[in-house]
Design a protein around this ligand. Structure first.
Ligand code: 13P
Length: 286
């Protein structure tokens, strides 16, 4: 079914699992992402930046996600990632996205809270869920670099959640966007502290840089949404370089694109199984 984030994350909370939120960088890769979730027996969050959403078309993405969710009987949430303006958020909600993230992390706390409240009011009135962020995630996303991440202050997060009824909270716990050459050192003391004080589902950003060995412990500490973007971008691009570089004239463009999408399918299948948190001995990719 096509579901909102709150429903999908509540179900994950009941099962003590995490839901993979995979960034779609083009339309081509989306069907294989959803098929992989189906084959893993997992729900999936397909997320797009505002830029990718404009490139593909929000209504096109909604139509695809809805029809595949219904045809394959798989739970799909379509999420707008890191939106910074109310206009982008309104357009996504009006187009049929089932959740949005308002990223007010660069604002002062009070302004972040006020703008988040406005988003929550608009979204919840339309049965759309909202993710907000306290603390910042460093690194590079969509070519924009935030040099230094800032850890989430647990007291500030609690205060924020008392005032703003969000469905998921992104936290700064040592991850960085765009980290694909190495793995990060998570701040476990902070993660455990946040988990002990907060019931709202927590979100990991910069998932590419997180070791798969850490997934199980993160799930047990209240992480319910886990974002993976760069690994998909790098893998699709590298596969495309290999295939498109081989021939100038091909029988069908499909012959070049299918292997790229298959590489995405493999990653989403593998990670979605790990996020289910059923078999902790399952092999992780090294
Ligand atoms: P990565 O691109 O580092 O995997 O992070 C994805 C993300 O957090 C999207 O918001």
């Amino acid at each position: 079914m096509y579901k909102n984030l709150k429903t999908i994350l509540t179900e994950a909370q009941n099962l003590n699992s995490t839901v993979g939120a995979f960034n779609a960088h083009n339309l081509e890769m989306v069907p294989d992402m959803i098929r992989a979730a189906k084959d893993a027996g997992a729900p999936i969050i397909i997320q797009t930046s505002a830029g990718t959403a404009q490139y593909i078309g929000m209504k096109t993405l909604v139509a695809l996600c809805k029809s595949m969710a219904e045809d394959l009987l798989v739970d799909v949430d379509l999420h707008l990632d890191h939106a910074k303006t109310f206009d982008d958020i309104k357009e996504a909600i009006d187009s049929g996205y089932s959740s949005v993230m308002f990223d007010g992390s660069s604002l002062l706390f009070k302004e972040n809270m006020e703008k988040s409240l406005r988003v929550v009011d608009y979204a919840h009135a339309r049965n759309v869920s909202v993710e907000c962020e306290i603390g910042t995630i460093g690194g590079t996303e969509e070519g924009v670099t935030v040099a230094e991440g800032k850890y989430t202050d647990p007291e500030q997060a609690v205060l924020f959640l008392q005032k703003v009824d969000v469905d998921a909270l992104a936290v700064g716990v040592g991850t960085h966007h765009g980290q694909f050459k190495s793995k990060t050192q998570l701040n476990w003391d902070l993660i455990e502290k946040l988990h002990s004080k907060i019931n709202t589902p927590l979100v990991i950003h910069g998932g590419t840089g997180v070791s798969e060995n850490d997934y199980h412990r993160l799930t047990n500490n209240g992480i319910r949404k886990f974002n993976v973007g760069t690994e998909l971008l790098v893998t699709w691009t590298r596969t495309a370089q290999r295939y498109f570089g081989k021939t100038e004239v091909n029988q069908s463009l499909r012959n070049n694109i299918v292997p790229c999408n298959k590489a995405i399918y493999d990653i989403v299948l593998h990670k979605s199984k790990l996020f289910l948190n059923k078999d902790t001995k399952m092999n992780v990719m090294v």
